[in-house]
Design a protein around this ligand. Structure first.
Ligand SMILES: Nc1ncnc2c1ncn2[C@@H]1O[C@H](COP(=O)(O)OP(=O)(O)OP(=O)(O)O)[C@@H](O)[C@H]1O
Length: 322
């Protein structure tokens, strides 16, 4: 079966004047139809850039190497016009801050009907009826009133729902959701998460769910990809990865999770720091913080390998254990 999303060896280099950094170093990621694939990791590990690369939306000055295929089509070499079509039909993004997704001086209704009109070639009453229905489907009360509202007139939770409606209005096969509930309070965030899951089950689209919160990933995802310093260190079915992590970094992330019966432990308490994105590192990127690192880890970058049927980890320990 061909994947909805296949990323292979993706690296993203950003040039600012004379300064060059590579915040995404080598990401492999696969999402099949109906799958909710978590992308987890600490701040700055390259989650958002990986999401943006999927839509061909990398910031100016970026160069992407490797391959990003959405529904079998290569994104990294696509021209802007084809990219716009792809974003309309195959893939859409739900951002952390809904306000950035909407034009502040155009009503929600007008923005929704525009996207629906492009997809269905519908206009006037038909497009309006479809937009109202979309707003209703994301649980917004009084959709007619929301249609005539400007983005700043809605609460954060309502706006996030409206953005999900906007993303889904072109009926894409893949949604990239970048920390879609981080800016919301706990109860609203839980409802928006449930909504996303219900819609996913109803429509069957695939999701790349970007989060720094492992509990959120466990709640929502079918598979999970753990990023560290711009590279995937472990990936596989969510229970296997989170209940029996194979990579020392995944173990460290889980150990730092706050528990109800203990004070929160911070990952920063791990010795050492994440390598800077402009640093050349020959060995494993996690070696300087890993309690289990040995000589080979310091000079040879581990490649991702199968640790069991569905799971991969990039760690020399697995090879040495064989
Ligand atoms: N437009 C940009 N110009 C220069 N550097 C950038 C740009 N966007 C991101 N970066 C750098 O790339 C690195 C990865 O950024 P990215 O936003 O992908 O991380 P992230 O894992 O999504 O973090 P967070 O959880 O904080 O959103 C960061 O160190 C960031 O400073």
């Amino acid at each position: 079966m061909s994947a909805l999303l296949e990323i292979e060896g993706l690296s993203v280099t950003i040039r600012r004047g004379r300064h060059e950094s590579t915040p995404v170093r080598s990401v492999d990621l696969r999402v099949d139809a109906g799958e909710v694939a978590g992308v987890v990791g600490e701040t700055g590990c390259g989650k958002t850039l990986t999401g943006l690369a999927t839509l061909g939306l990398l910031p100016p000055g970026s160069v992407a190497r490797g391959s990003v295929r959405v529904a079998g089509r290569e994104v990294t070499t696509m021209d802007e016009r084809t990219l716009r079509e792809l974003r309309g039909r195959e893939v859409a993004m739900v951002f952390q801050n809904a306000a950035t997704a909407f034009d502040p001086v155009t009503t929600i209704g007008r923005q929704l009907t525009r996207v629906i009109g492009m997809r269905d070639r519908s206009r006037g009453g038909a497009a309006t009826a479809a937009a109202v229905e979309r707003l209703r489907s994301v649980g917004l009360p009084e959709p007619d009133r929301v249609m005539g509202s400007y983005p700043h007139q809605l609460s954060g939770g309502m706006l996030q729902r409206a953005m999900i409606a906007l993303a889904l209005s072109a009926r894409p096969r893949l949604i990239v959701a970048d920390e879609p509930t981080t800016a919301l309070d706990v109860t609203v965030a839980r409802r928006v998460r449930r909504l996303l899951l219900t819609l996913q089950q109803e429509h069957g689209f695939g999701v790349v769910f970007i989060t720094h919160d492992l509990a959120e990933a466990r709640d929502l995802c079918t598979s999970v990809n753990v990023l560290y310093a711009g590279t995937v260190v472990e990936s596989g079915p969510v229970e296997q990865v989170l209940d029996g992590p194979a990579h020392p970094y995944t173990r460290a992330l889980l150990a730092a999770l706050p528990r109800l019966d203990a004070p929160a432990r911070r990952l920063a308490s791990l010795a050492g720091t994440v390598p800077r994105s402009d640093a050349a590192v020959a060995g494993c990127l996690f070696a300087n913080r890993c309690a289990e690192a040995f000589e080979r880890c310091r000079h040879e970058r581990p490649r991702s390998r199968a640790v069991d049927d569905d799971r991969t980890a990039a760690c020399h320990l697995w090879e040495e254990a064989r």
